[in-house]
Write a protein that binds this ligand. Structure first.
Ligand code: NAD
Length: 467
């Protein structure tokens, strides 16, 4: 038997014990996980810096997500884990109805590389809160972080409660063949499909946290300075390796030239304030590996070949996996940059004349993870919100909706994902919402009127109800 299978079976053997653990016991484990992770922050800063050249404060923001979630879940868990009484109905007259959130069993969490600690531990917190055993596979692209993640788990949890397995595609395939009860996956669409198919073999439920092309709409009433500043940050942060990053901007034609000029200026102001060049900025990390560097550089090349103009940036360095923050204008819809997720610091900008055109451009693409609207016109905001679909949306800001507020569940729709994480919704995602009906046995409430042979009284009640 392989080691992975043995590890899985150890977790499986603990499912009943974990299901019957108290909310207080689970909350204590979540607090211990958060505390140990924060205690290792300097190591995580170093690891992430080595992997992608990330600034400590950007990694700290990731840890902040984890702390926000961990504290909130630990605080509310007793309330969530209690049986939830629900109102009765005609069909359950005289009976007592409740929902009990019960663990699913063993949860697999496959994480991506761009926020390795949060992606490993935020879903794990929800799974632990719901009383599951958990297997975490951090991304093989962030091996130094993965090593620390494994060290944290090994220190906090016994081997039959939470396990970390490191490795790449082969390990992922071996894991996906095991009968997990729930699979939580963060990553791209292509692997998302593989995960979904593998889950079908075992009827595992799934959460898919994927990405896509999150659009930005800037209408004629928008505060352009404000929008350009926030979008410069949203696109360049983590060198664009953020699932909810603004990917392309559709700007009203009357503001197109001004916005195009402003966004370049704002990138410079935020990321090159010391004038030493963007490539020397402590705030512009590198792409995770050569393949992703080549892919993003290829998107710029494809766009320029098809007629796009580089209005800012455009440079790249293969050796250091650097992509200069880049703004593309004169973009057309057939360009790869308008159809593939960039996941790098490259933003395409196109003008629009009327609102219907905006809806059309967005509707031609799979449902995005996020959508951003910059406008001071409430009617326009409502029009754009009601005529589009996305996992989340933000008005007059970007990238502030994920991991920031556990009362706002996070997730995608269609090709950008399914299921939700965060807070009570995240807890429910990892639970079986078991409906339980209690029948009191006294003669006023325990009637069997619905059984044949049907009485006229029963017939009258039913016929009246469906009149
Ligand atoms: P990816 O699709 O390359 O890989 C993710 C995981 O899948 C890794 O654990 C990897 O080992 C595994 N994997 C790869 N090939 C496999 C195969 N053939 N069979 C089985 N498993 C396989 O994703 P990535 O490049 O690491 O991450 C980038 C993507 O993640 C982007 O699309 C981004 O939008 C998305 N993302 C989404 C969120 C979110 O919360 N929605 C967060 C971060 C990243």
């Amino acid at each position: 038997m392989s080691d992975i299978k043995k590890q899985f079976e150890a977790l499986q053997a603990a499912t009943l014990r974990l299901r019957n653990s108290s909310a207080e016991e689970r909350a204590a484990k979540i607090r211990a996980l958060t505390a140990e992770t924060l205690a290792r922050k300097e190591d995580l800063f170093k690891a992430t810096h080595a992997e992608r050249g990330t600034h400590d404060l950007d990694v700290a923001a990731e840890l902040m997500m984890l702390k926000t979630e961990g504290d909130y879940v630990a605080k509310n868990l007793t309330k969530w884990a209690k049986p939830h009484k629900v109102k009765g109905s005609m069909g359950t007259f005289g009976k007592k109805c409740e929902i009990r959130y019960q663990s699913k069993g063993v949860v697999l969490n496959m994480a991506a590389y761009n926020a390795p600690t949060a992606e490993s531990f935020v879903p794990a917190i929800a799974a632990i809160a719901a009383g599951n055993a958990v297997m975490i596979k951090p991304s093989e692209y962030a091996p130094e972080s993965a090593q620390i993640i494994q060290g944290i788990v090994n220190k906090v949890f016994p081997a039959d409660e939470v396990q970390v397995v490191q490795g790449g595609v082969k390990v992922a395939q071996e894991l996906l063949a095991l009968p997990f009860n729930h699979i939580y996956y963060t990553g791209g669409n292509a692997v998302g499909k593989i995960v979904m198919k593998a889950a079908a073999d075992n009827f595992a439920s799934i959460t898919l946290e994927m990405g896509g092309k999150s659009p930005v709409i800037i209408d004629e009433t928008a505060d352009l300075e404000n929008a350009a500043t926030k979008l410069a940050w949203g696109r360049v942060m983590n060198a664009g390796q953020v699932c909810i990053a603004p990917e392309y901007v559709i700007v009203h034609e009357s503001k197109y030239d001004e916005f195009t000029k402003l966004i370049g200026e704002k990138i410079d102001a935020l990321y090159n304030s010391d004038g030493k060049g963007l490539e020397n900025s402590a705030y512009v990390p590198r792409l995770i590996n050569e393949r992703h560097h080549q892919r993003v550089a290829g998107l710029i090349k494809d766009a320029t070949k098809k007629g796009a103009t580089i209005s800012f940036g455009g440079g790249s360095d293969k050796k250091s996996r650097y992509i200069e923050p880049t703004i593309l204008t004169n973009v057309s819809e057939d360009m790869d940059v308008m159809n593939e997720e960039v996941f790098g610091p490259v933003m395409a900008i196109m003008p629009y004349k009327n609102r219907a055109e905006v809806i059309d451009i967005i509707a031609k693409r799979p449902n995005p993870l996020a959508l951003y609207i910059y406008s001071k016109d409430n009617d326009a905001v409502e029009y754009f919100l009601t005529n589009t679909s996305s996992g989340s949306a933000v008005v007059n800001n970007n990238c502030v909706q994920a991991g920031t507020n556990p009362n706002l569940p996070f997730g995608g729709v269609g090709a950008s994902g399914m299921g939700r994480s965060g807070g009570f919704e995240g807890f429910k995602e990892m639970s079986n919402a078991r409906s339980i009906v209690h029948q009191p046995l006294d003669r006023f409430r325990d009637f069997l009127i619905q059984l044949p042979p049907y009485s006229d009284k029963y017939k009258n009640i039913i016929m009246k109800a469906i009149k």
